[in-house]
Design a protein around this ligand. Structure first.
Ligand code: DAH
Length: 343
């Protein structure tokens, strides 16, 4: 018995010494000390010994068990310390390495420009409204005083979904929708995408963006129109900017005007941007035509109003000296990344 125990002990000791992983120690514990383990088997044999031999043999088995347990524990401590060290080494973070800077995107130049314009009008008490891009012919044209045979339709050809439904050519139908929906006083801007059957070149695109404005109340005069647009343009281009109102024509306003601002680049002296005129055309505007008011059920002898419309793409391009409208739609990230910050 003693020999067998000694033999088992020295074999186990040797195996324990050669183990390299914590998990293997656990396997050894089962192999020797587990329920069906080798030492446990020897313990069972003790029962078959004579009464005199039994206590001594039992004691011996227990001694070997204790020794093995402490050897295994020792090895286990040693190995887990080693494994811990290896793990720490492998996962060590070099705090002196430059950090990974998350890529932060930026707003599109059109969005930056729109946000700036929107905030100027919100500052003057305007609300923002939106209309659908797929619009009724009647809202896009008829009710804006542009009947079927009106020549103004020629310059605004578009994609017709049916005879009555089209891709809107302007944000002006938003005026009709707002007036049908709410009673005056009305002070709104209506931004959005518009569509025209135009060929693409540096200054034309079949899809572009406009911002419409509409003010309706009793006692609105052309003085209000001039005051509001002058304040808008001075906010947009700086307090020294001058504005110029030229007579114009739009079917839904009477009188109508085109508004220029002194060129922000040369301050009116004349340069490449303003084609040496010193002026940049900013928007079209006018007093809402009585027919339009009557079309939406407003009494034109009681209510007056003014409207304006500007091309967002053009304003953004002038603002950022972008030479070609196509750059706004091509989504070249190298181009778009340049527009950090606000208007
Ligand atoms: N809808 C016009 C266009 O696309 C722009 C415009 C001009 C809108 C004058 C207005 C306005 O509201 O008063 O050419």
């Amino acid at each position: 018995m003693k020999d067998r125990l000694n033999e088992l002990f020295s074999k186990a000791e040797e195996v324990i010494g050669s183990v390299e992983k914590v998990a293997d120690i656990e396997a050894l514990r089962i192999k020797y000390l587990g329920k069906k383990g080798e030492l446990t088997k020897l313990l069972r044999l003790v029962g078959e010994l004579s009464k005199e031999e039994r206590p001594k043999a039992g004691q011996l088995v227990n001694q070997v068990r204790e020794k093995l347990e402490s050897k295994m524990q020792q090895k286990m401590d040693e190995l887990s310390a080693k494994e811990q060290d290896a793990k720490i080494n492998a996962e060590r973070v070099d705090v002196t390495l430059p950090g990974k800077v998350p890529e932060v995107g930026n707003l599109h130049p059109l969005t930056i420009t729109y946000n700036g314009i929107r905030d100027i009008f919100i500052g003057m008490g305007f609300e923002v409204k939106r209309g659908p891009e797929i619009e009724y012919d009647k809202y896009n044209f008829d009710m804006l005083n542009i009947p079927k045979d009106h020549p103004a339709r020629d310059t605004q050809d578009t994609f017709y979904i049916t005879d009555e439904i089209l891709l809107r050519t302007q944000t002006s139908p938003g005026q009709i929708r707002v007036m049908l929906e709410q009673k005056p006083p009305i002070r709104v801007i209506i931004p959005g995408r518009v569509y025209r059957a135009d060929d693409v070149d540096a200054t034309h695109s079949p899809i572009f963006n406009q911002i419409e404005g509409l003010v309706i109340d009793k006692d609105i005069t052309m003085g209000d129109l001039k005051g509001v647009l002058d304040v808008f343009i001075k906010n947009l281009y700086g307090p020294d900017t001058k504005t110029r109102f030229r007579p114009g024509y739009f079917p839904f306003t009477e009188p109508s005007a085109e508004v220029d601002a002194t060129c922000a680049v040369c301050k009116g002296k004349g340069c490449r941007v303003c084609k040496d005129t010193g002026w940049i055309e900013i928007l079209g505007c006018g007093m809402v035509h009585p027919n339009v008011l009557e079309n939406v059920g407003l009494d034109s002898s009681v209510y007056k109003g003014f409207a304006f419309g500007l091309g967002l793409d053009r304003i953004a391009n002038i603002r950022y000296s972008i030479p070609d409208i196509r750059m706004l739609f091509e989504n070249d990230v190298r181009f778009l990344k340049q527009f950090k910050g606000a208007l």
